[in-house]
Design a protein. Structure first.
Length: 133
């Protein structure tokens, strides 16, 4: 059990170092308020988005579009709205090779938002508070 606890702690530290801290730093440089940039739902959403689309700093238009948001939910909804409106331009190569792939991209954006806003994804915040990370 001790080794599994150590592995778990190492995973949380890796997540903080490689996902959370860089994402919060990038959003801070883009003038996104800390209460939004450090929210676990925002981190969850943007991590999945980066897995699909590449590093956040390469896709700042959606962040700029969402900057006026009053809270993290509105921020995420605006980023999703932007992504939905720009599927054709953001995925030109993919859609050229997969002309029927637009529906799948729309589904991914919808699910990304649903998952980020879902309670199960907020477990990260509870774990961090419990572990003092």
């Amino acid at each position: 059990k001790e080794k599994s606890g150590q592995m778990y702690d190492a995973q949380l530290q890796w997540y903080k170092k490689n996902v959370e801290d860089p994402t919060v730093a990038t959003l801070s440089k883009l003038n996104v308020p800390k209460e939004i940039s450090s929210n676990p739902a925002v981190l969850t959403y943007l991590t999945d988005r980066a897995n699909q689309m590449g590093p956040l700093q390469n896709w700042t238009n959606a962040i700029d579009y969402a900057k006026g948001a009053k809270n993290y939910k509105e921020f995420l909804q605006k980023v999703s709205e932007y992504d939905m409106a720009h599927i054709d331009s953001n995925f030109k190569t993919y859609l050229a090779n997969h002309p029927n792939g637009k529906k799948g991209l729309e589904n991914r954006i919808k699910r990304r938002l649903e998952n980020a806003l879902g309670m199960k994804m907020l477990v990260i915040d509870v774990i961090r508070k419990t572990k003092g990370i």
